[in-house]
Design a binder for this molecule. Sequence first.
Ligand code: FEO
Length: 162
Amino acid sequence: MKKALNDQVTLEAAASNNYLAMASWCEVIGYQGAANYFYTQSDEERTHMLKVVHYLNDVGATATISAIKAPTGSFKSLEGILKIALKNEQIVTAAIHKMVEITQKEKDHSTYAFLEWFVNEQVQEETKFETLLQKFDLIGRDKLAINEIDKILAADAADPAA
Ligand code: FEO
């Protein structure tokens, strides 16, 4: 369980860095709404990482902070980025579900309860990216459509709970 939680620390840190790379790419391209959105998302992933670090330390397991692989910094399009984001979130979801299975096998009720928040968070995150990806089919993929989608991302970054 301890190893799985430490691996999760690395996974959340990598997610934070991936979103940071996406934000930076969007900022350079001029997708300011998307840049804000991914900068916020990057911060969120760091809070997820910290949650796991604190949990490990609180239960006396001591968190290990590992190196993370450099994220890719070159992307093809905003739609491409959102597809990668969804895929990455699905990987995180699978890792969390795997941890839940371990807690059940080991009858680790505390960690089971701790992970509940992450299970719900992943449902929201995947839904968020699926909904954003649908916008390309609904609004289009030309410059005006992407500008509209950038505005949607800007609004979401300004009010993530909406
Ligand atoms: Fe921390 Fe997006 O999962």
